[in-house]
Design a protein around this ligand. Structure first.
Ligand code: GTP
Length: 598
């Protein structure tokens, strides 16, 4: 197709401002799919995405639109994941576009992720078309939101399109704006092949599927290409586009977006952001920089039932086929037995993987407290990266420690600013900036240690602002911090899987709170259980779970056998997420009690 008639764009928005709903309407309006097949939020293909209402994997669709100027355009709508854990995927998806629809909720206005996404789009030089969505709501205020877009983001909102994705208002105007304001792709069909990989996944029938944006040249079935990062060569078996159902085409040429299937066996061989070229006629410059995304949050996954260990390994292997950004390696805990240490891009990513393991593979897991990576500088000059409390060096060997820091942006209505500042201070936050966004809302910028965010920050923020605050963050390097290892002893025995790393100033109150929280979740057993928190050899807090006084089955008089069985069944049910540690049964909640401390 002539590049003049191609438009590549994506939709960026704060969560829940209506990105997926708008994508559905655009697909429906351009008639890309039969109404009967149209499911809500078609682009979010995985069940779990549909249930949680978030988009995990970037997807893309080709639409045909005949504009008022009489020409038929090829519109490639590239879906981007909206969550901060997947920032790198967002930036690569945006790099495949020339423009973006910036969707802002007309009743809520600009939020933290709106700003974060806009910065990424501006970095990629994208043309932005503001879409003010949800104008059907009584509380919609289009003029206020336009002003906010201009004041806070600093882009012209005079051509913003008022719309309601839900009611189908403004859809044609949006498509006309795409054609009019978003530039045609650059690039030259006669130059050597140059294409950027912006997504890939594993399909059990087709193997690895990669999504590319062709910049120069073209790629046909039967061609040979190579990845510029590793020079591995492959033959093209199929090229195609999503409409949104997969459709094979003969070739993809400069400016176009589509998928390639080429017998690649492992997802690991494909890197997002890499460049494809023709090994015999190479492009001079690869697409600027691809990055190896590294996990930042780690935790242990252990099967409740030790005999499920191999099943867990299989499940992790299968999941990693579709998500090369999480890592896993076997680990051994004295308390929990054999399990895996897993690394994630963020807490949401961790929850998604955990949920998929339990749901799709029917596994029953114990998860240990999430932890960030500390850089420990030892007195002997060695530097170790520690992602597991068990591997934390002895205090005598440590010269100093550095922890990861993030820059947080929080947007909050005036009346909650005090609460939010208090929360950030309690999380060792450091204010960088604070200003009024309008007469009713404030933007706060803070530097905060990542470990303080990983544990429950977002939930706390929501609860102290009645859900009105929005939050986004980016990584901001490492900084020195006085961290110590807090051990937990059960009946005098340290339980390795319960150890956590905390800041020295917080060790006492966290220790006290933690043993109290554990006491609440560890069920009474036939004997007394002592729970202690210790720094090195020094016990700093203690609580006790009293022993049972009665045998629960005693009251059944030994007469009614079915009743007795029922009661035992019931106890068994309650046991599911428990792990025997020594003689003591410890439930999942105790391993994550650290998430509950104030
Ligand atoms: P993520 O994919 O999770 O980032 O969210 P999103 O931005 O895609 O939002 P989504 O399309 O899932 O919409 C969020 C909620 O807003 C849903 O309940 C939609 O039904 C609703 N919604 C979307 N557009 C409109 C609209 O124009 N008017 C109204 N009233 N509700 C809308």
């Amino acid at each position: 197709m002539d590049k003049k008639f191609i438009r590549n764009f994506s939709i960026i928005a704060h969560i829940d401002h209506g990105k997926s709903t708008l994508a559905d309407r655009l697909i429906e309006y351009t008639g890309a799919i039969d109404k009967r097949l149209m499911k809500d939020q078609l682009l979010d293909s995985m069940d779990i995405e549909r249930e949680r209402g978030i988009t995990i994997k970037a997807q893309t669709v080709r639409l045909q639109y005949t504009a008022d100027d009489g020409n038929t355009y090829q519109l490639n709508l590239i879906d981007t994941p909206g969550h901060v854990d997947f920032t790198y995927e967002v930036s690569r998806s945006l790099a495949a576009c020339e423009g973006a629809l910036l969707v802002v909720d007309a009743s809520q206005g600009v939020e933290a992720q709106t700003i974060a996404n806009v910065y990424m789009a501006i970095e990629q030089n994208l043309e932005l078309i503001p879409v003010i969505n949800k104008i059907d709501l009584p509380s919609a205020d289009v003029e206020r939101v336009k002003k906010e877009i201009e004041d806070v983001i600093g882009i012209d909102a005079s051509h913003a399109v008022p719309a309601s994705a839900k009611e189908g208002i403004g859809i044609k105007e949006i498509l006309e704006s795409v054609v009019k304001y978003i530039p045609e792709p650059k690039g030259d069909i006669n130059s050597p092949l140059k294409a950027m990989v912006f997504d890939s996944w594993y399909d059990s029938y087709q193997g690895v599927i990669i999504l590319i944006r062709v910049i120069d040249g073209e790629l046909k079935v039967g061609d040979t290409f190579c990845f510029m990062s590793n020079d591995k060569e492959y033959n093209v078996d199929k090229v195609g586009v999503f409409t949104p159902l997969a459709k094979n085409v003969d070739k993809l040429s400069a400016g176009e977006v589509g998928f390639v299937i080429s017998g690649i066996k492992e997802l690991k061989d494909v890197r997002i952001g890499d460049t494809l070229t023709d090994p015999k006629n190479r492009t001079k410059e690869p697409f600027p920089g691809f990055k190896h995304v590294k996990p930042v949050v780690f935790c242990g996954f252990y099967p409740v039932d030790t005999k499920d260990f191999e099943d867990l390994r299989d499940a992790l292997e299968k999941l990693s086929l579709n998500d090369s950004s999480f890592t896993y390696e076997p680990e051994n805990s004295a308390a929990l037995g054999f399990g895996f240490r897993c690394g994630f891009l963020g807490l949401l990513h961790m929850e998604i993987i955990q949920e998929r393991l339990e749901r799709e593979f029917d596994l029953n897991l114990i998860t240990t407290a999430p932890m960030v990576i500390y850089k420990v500088y030892k007195t002997n000059g060695e530097v170790v990266e520690v992602d597991n409390p068990v591997k934390f060096p002895n205090p005598g060997e440590i010269s100093y420690i550095e922890e990861p820091i993030i820059k947080a942006t929080i947007i909050v209505p005036n009346e909650y600013v005090g609460n939010v500042i208090q929360l950030l201070q309690s999380r060792r936050g450091f204010q960088k900036n604070m200003h009024y966004m309008s007469s009713t809302r404030v933007i706060l910028e803070y530097e905060v240690p990542l470990c303080e965010i990983v544990l429950d920050f977002y939930d706390k923020l929501k609860s102290i602002t009645k859900g009105y605050a929005s939050f986004d963050y980016e990584h901001a390097g490492y900084r020195e911090a006085d961290m110590v290892k807090l051990d937990i002893l059960i009946n005098g025995e340290p339980v390795d899987a319960l150890s956590i790393i905390v800041h020295r100033d917080q060790a006492y109150y966290k220790g006290r709170d933690l043993v109290e929280k554990m006491k609440e979740v560890i069920p009474r057993q036939m004997f007394e259980i002592a729970i202690q928190a210790a720094l090195g050899n020094k016990v700093i807090a203690r609580s006790t779970v009293k022993a049972f006084r009665k045998n629960v089955t005693a009251k059944c008089y030994g007469g009614d056998i079915t009743r007795k069985r029922k009661l035992l069944e019931k106890q068994k049910e309650g046991k599911k997420r428990m792990k025997m540690v020594g003689k003591v049964e410890i439930p999942q909640e105790a391993f994550l009690a650290v998430l509950k401390i104030n």
